[in-house]
Design a protein around this ligand. Structure first.
Ligand code: SAM
Length: 257
C-alpha cells in the first residue's frame, strides 16, 4: 500500500458518488485536447479515460506514476514532472485542464494558465475559501484580487461542494469543484495594467478607493470616471477596473503611475 505523502499534498478522492458527479459535470468533446494535473492514483483518470481519447497526465510522484502505468489504456500519456516547472509551450497544446491539485499550488497554476488562449475550460478542486473568492459577487467580502484577475479571462461556476470525508486522508478544510470557462470579453493586452490597478485598489482591505489609489486618481478623476471615491475595491466590477485602466493608461488623460 502506498502511503499518502504530505509534501506532495496528497489527499486522494475515494468517494465514488463525488467522482461520478465530477465526471458528469465535465463537458467532453472529441475535438478538444485534455490534460489532467496531479492524477495521483487515478481516481478521476480511470473515469476520464473512458470518455477522452487521448488524455495526458502530469504527476510529480514516482510512486503514483507506477500506479498510473497499471491503467490499461493506450490513450494515456503519462509524464512525471513538477507542473510548476512547465511553461506556456507545454500548456498551449491543451484545451481542457482538469485537476484535484494540492491546495498550496492551485492558485499559482491558475495564474500560469489564465493567459494561455488555447485553454478554453478548466475544472479544478479548490479549498472552499479559495473557491468562494473565485465565484464572489461584487460588493461581498470575498470579491478580491483573485476574483478580479481570474474573471478578466474566465467565467467561474461552482459545480459541487465536497466534504473532507470524500478524501483519504481527509483534509482539514472543505473543498469545492469549480468550472472556469474562457469568455474572451476583454482585450488581453491591457492585462498587466489591469493587474496593477486591481492590486493597488485592494492594497489595504479596510481603506477606500480614494486612499488606495491616491497616487493614481484625484477627486476630479473619480468624478470623471463616475466612481464613488469612498467605495471599496470589493464594490467594483471587472468593467469598473477596466474603466480606470482606460482612463489612466489609454485615454491619455493621466500619464502618471
Ligand atoms: N487527483 C487525485 C485524486 O483526486 O485522488 C490526487 C489528488 S492529490 C490532492 C494531488 C496530486 O497532485 C498528488 O498525486 C500529488 O502527487 C500531485 N502533485 C503534487 N504536487 C505536484 C506538482 N508540483 N506537479 C505535479 N503533480 C503534483
Amino acid at each position: 500500500m502506498v502511503i499518502a505523502k504530505k509534501k506532495f499534498g496528497q489527499n486522494f478522492l475515494v468517494d465514488h458518488n463525488v467522482i461520478n458527479q465530477i465526471i458528469s459535470e465535465i463537458k467532453f468533446d472529441p475535438s478538444k485536447t485534455f490534460l489532467e494535473i496531479g492524477p495521483g492514483k487515478g481516481a478521476l483518470t480511470r473515469e476520464l479515460i473512458k470518455k477522452i481519447n487521448p488524455l495526458t497526465l502530469i504527476e510529480i510522484d514516482a510512486d503514483m506514476i507506477n500506479i498510473l502505468k497499471q491503467i490499461n489504456s493506450k490513450n494515456l500519456e503519462i509524464i512525471q514532472i513538477d507542473v510548476l516547472k512547465l511553461d506556456e509551450h507545454f500548456f498551449n497544446k491543451f484545451n481542457i485542464v482538469i485537476g484535484n491539485l494540492p491546495y498550496y499550488i492551485s492558485s499559482e497554476i491558475i495564474f500560469k494558465l489564465l493567459p494561455i488562449k488555447q485553454i478554453t475550460h478548466m475544472y479544478f478542486m479548490f479549498q472552499r475559501e479559495v473557491a468562494d473568492r473565485l465565484i464572489a459577487q461584487i460588493g461581498t467580502k470575498d470579491n478580491s484580487i483573485l476574483t478580479n484577475l481570474v474573471n478578466f479571462y474566465f467565467d467561474t461556476e461552482k459545480l459541487i461542494d465536497v466534504n473532507p470525508n470524500a478524501f483519504e486522508p481527509a483534509p482539514k478544510v472543505k473543498s469545492s469543484f469549480i468550472k472556469l470557462t474562457r469568455h474572451n470579453k476583454y482585450n488581453e493586452f491591457v492585462y498587466e495594467q489591469y493587474k496593477k490597478i486591481v492590486k493597488a485598489s485592494f492594497k489595504f482591505k479596510r481603506k477606500n478607493l480614494k486612499n488606495n489609489l491616491k497616487n493614481i486618481l484625484s477627486e476630479k478623476d473619480f468624478d470623471s470616471l463616475q466612481l464613488d471615491p469612498t467605495s471599496r475595491a470589493e464594490d467594483l466590477s471587472v468593467e469598473d477596473f477596466l474603466k480606470i485602466v482606460n482612463y489612466v493608461f489609454i485615454d491619455d488623460k493621466k500619464n502618471s503611475y
